[in-house]
Ligand binder design. Structure first.
Ligand SMILES: NC(=O)c1ccc[n+]([C@@H]2O[C@H](COP(=O)([O-])OP(=O)(O)OC[C@H]3O[C@@H](n4cnc5c(N)ncnc54)[C@H](OP(=O)(O)O)[C@@H]3O)[C@@H](O)[C@H]2O)c1
Length: 240
């Protein structure tokens, strides 16, 4: 615990093993946060941890499957041992795209379970400590698919509209507890997200993960009695 005294606060990043989560974790470390790296792939998390420690940053890996209640409960218990988690970045997610006639139930369930149920379980686990302290920041990494209904994306769009609803509801429920809630809606970002999708968008024309990470960290470090409630960040040229 003494190790944490010089640090600003503890931030949890789910899905920190790659893409946006990794980029956000690296930017948070620059701002002197102790970052908890949570996702399933321990080898990838170790790579992120090494990168952070090479920059003299502090982090802790807690392997987590956000879709599993027992795994999220374990994460909450382990984080309690570190101290107060004042910032939670709900970022874990995946997109599986197809025509509705080919949309498998398994793909639907996986997206709802990770993108939406996971964010619910994480939020429910960490909000009580924030309410006790009357402070905290919750970020939901959503998508432009949480604002507009793109074709061939029924399950993904449904999960992200649900995520926007979850964030909007929590924002209003938690105002009196001084908990800030931010929804981030990025357009296409070059990350492993696209590795196994049928979408054939040119990766080199997408935004970079760090473009979004910088904006997220800027939003959550907004001082005083102000909150950036919703961020839409897109390519200058618009969607593909
Ligand atoms: N890339 C884009 O174009 C784009 C655009 C808008 C929004 N987003 C959103 O941004 C977020 C991050 O995506 P990304 O682009 O960074 O993709 P990514 O590189 O594929 O990262 C996804 C992350 O989610 C984690 N994850 C997946 N299932 C999980 C589970 N059951 N439990 C815990 N973690 C899990 C993965 O970690 P493990 O495999 O280690 O579990 C990984 O760290 C997602 O919510 C996505 O919807 C992406």
């Amino acid at each position: 615990m003494t190790e944490l005294t010089n640090l600003k606060q503890i931030a949890l990043v789910t899905g920190a093993s790659s893409g946006l989560g990794k980029a956000i974790a690296l930017r948070l470390v620059e701002q002197n946060y102790h970052v908890v790296l949570a996702s399933r792939n321990i080898e990838k998390l170790e790579i992120v941890k090494n990168e952070i420690e090479n920059k003299s940053g502090k982090c802790t890996i807690i392997p987590t499957d956000v879709s599993l209640e027992s795994s999220v409960q374990h994460l909450v218990t382990e984080c309690d041992k570190l101290g107060f988690v004042g910032t939670v970045i709900n970022n874990s997610g995946l997109g599986l795209f197809s025509k509705i006639s080919n949309h498998s139930t398994e793909d639907w369930d996986q997206m709802i379970n990770v993108n939406l149920r996971g964010a619910f379980l994480i939020s429910r686990g960490f909000i009580p400590a924030m309410q006790n302290r009357k402070q905290g920041t919750l970020v939901f990494v959503n998508s432009v698919a949480g604002k507009w209904g793109y074709p061939f994306s029924a399950g993904y769009v449904a999960s992200k509209y649900g995520l926007r609803g979850l964030a909007d509801s929590l924002r209003n429920e938690l105002r009196s507890d001084h908990i800030k809630v931010t929804s981030v809606h990025p357009g296409a970002v070059d990350s492993p997200f696209w590795d196994n999708t049928k979408a054939n968008f040119p990766r080199h024309e997408m935004m970079q993960d760090d473009d979004v990470a910088k904006m997220v960290v800027q939003a959550i470090t907004l001082s005083g009695n102000a909150v950036n409630e919703e961020i839409v960040i897109r390519r200058v040229q618009g969607d593909f």
